[in-house]
Design a protein around this ligand. Structure first.
Ligand SMILES: [Zn+2]
Length: 419
């Protein structure tokens, strides 16, 4: 067997995490500094460069950088309906500006721009975005129901074809989608109903794009030196999206739109978001299918998470072509991102901040026993490690800047991005 440095590093990393998350003395932010960030980046990059001597890396492949990429699981189906430039805007019918912006964001997210798009491509995207505004307006003015997202529909079909639950039981469950601008899934077992925010997948895909593009640029020796600053300040790229979860009337249309460094980066970000959204949905299905009138509590939450992991890892129907490493990465990033979300939430609500946050760490700790069966390429491992480092660095930066700074940044966000 070939010695795999990434794998060794990863195992060591996981070992530490396991220890630290169960150790009440562990206070990560106090032990981490910018120099730790640099050391972590250097360690990953050293292994990376060693690997690149003998293998070209797909993350550095420039393919796609100059194009517009379709997210085929988005709200606009490129093979079927495209938003119409002629969809009428009847100014007599008022629509809610918050709903309009959110729906526009959802429709427009069906296209992601490559980082090196030219002026002509930029113009096409602007036209597409305008058509999406018209389409969004038309849908709201004519009171069309929000279509069921593709990932919600696919999940239900997969649940039936995998035979995890009886078709009759699955069919009884109604999944409704809302336009609330949050990462949000909630179940009402007594009513056999699950509610999800339509924004969930698109929001997570946007976050994944930030992480994948920055990680890939740092991993690439040609772009490393001028991407390190982005990595150090990654929290500034993530915060608008974190803040968006805490204000009721966010103008989603106005939030920064990250681009994909290349086609592979886009593909990872998109597929990871599919997995993350399905994880959240699977968790709620577990409550409805298996928990009935049992008393809610930690035990049921663990069961629901394990149900979700089992579906993703063990049934190819759910796991993006059986890509176990991508599932592993997606889950880790989801919980690291949600821990930023909880920190900001605590600051804005004046609660004590739980920097270790065992309840959320315990959710990805369930990955540890599964790690030995996870298989990934060197490329995937490098990307996941760099993404982890960026997310930990974001957490550290929040701690270093302090509550006062976070509150001021939130007020600034409210002025710039809320109705
Ligand atoms: Zn739950």
């Amino acid at each position: 067997m070939i010695e795999d440095p990434y794998w060794a590093w990863l195992n060591e990393n996981i070992g530490k995490r396991k220890h630290s998350s169960s150790d009440p003395q562990f206070k990560p932010p106090e032990h981490i500094s910018v120099s730790d960030f640099s050391t972590a980046v250097q360690t990953i990059c050293r292994m990376r460069d060693e690997f690149l001597k003998s293998h070209p890396g797909f993350l550095s492949n420039p393919e796609g950088a100059g194009t517009m990429m379709w997210d085929i699981d988005g709200y606009v189906d490129p093979t079927n309906v495209q938003p119409s430039h002629n969809a009428p805007i009847d100014s007599h019918i008022e629509v809610d500006s918050y709903e309009l912006a959110t729906l526009h964001y959802l429709l427009r997210s069906s296209i992601v721009l490559g980082a090196e798009i030219d002026a002509e491509g930029m113009q096409s995207f602007t036209q597409f975005s305008e058509a999406c505004v018209r389409q969004a307006y038309f849908m709201l003015a004519t009171r069309q129901e929000l279509p069921t997202p593709v990932w919600v529909r696919d999940f239900k079909d997969a649940l039936k074809s995998a035979g995890v639950a009886s078709s009759a039981a699955v069919d009884k469950i109604i999944v409704s989608t809302t336009l609330r601008s949050q990462i949000y899934a909630y179940s009402y077992p007594a009513q056999h109903r699950i509610e999800v925010s339509a924004v969930t997948r698109e929001h997570l895909r946007t976050v994944n794009l930030v992480l994948c593009s920055a990680s890939s640029a740092i991993l690439d020796p040609r772009t490393r030196s001028h991407s390190l600053k982005t990595g150090e300040n990654i929290v500034d790229f993530l915060l608008p999206y974190v803040f968006s979860l805490y204000f009721p009337r966010v103008n989603y249309s106005s939030l920064p739109t990250p681009r994909a460094r290349n086609g592979n980066v886009f593909s990872v970000a998109h597929r990871a978001a599919q997995i993350q959204a399905k994880f959240l949905l699977a968790h709620e299905y577990a409550h409805v299918l298996n928990h009935g009138d049992r008393k809610p509590g930690r035990g049921l939450e663990f069961e629901a998470d394990n149900f979700a992991y089992d579906l993703l890892f063990e049934y190819p129907e759910f796991g993006e072509n059986d890509d176990s490493y991508l599932i592993f990465t997606s889950a880790k990033w989801l919980f690291l991102y949600l821990s930023l979300d909880r920190i900001v939430g605590a600051v804005l609500s004046d609660y004590d901040i739980d920097w270790v946050d065992l309840p959320i760490r315990d959710r990805d700790a369930l990955l540890i026993p599964r790690a030995s069966t996870v298989k990934g390429t060197m490329e995937q491992q490098a990307l996941q490690q760099m993404g982890d480092v960026l997310l930990f660095n974001a957490k550290y930066t929040l701690k270093a800047r302090g509550s006062g700074w976070i509150k001021a940044a939130a007020r600034e966000f409210e002025t710039r991005h809320c109705f």
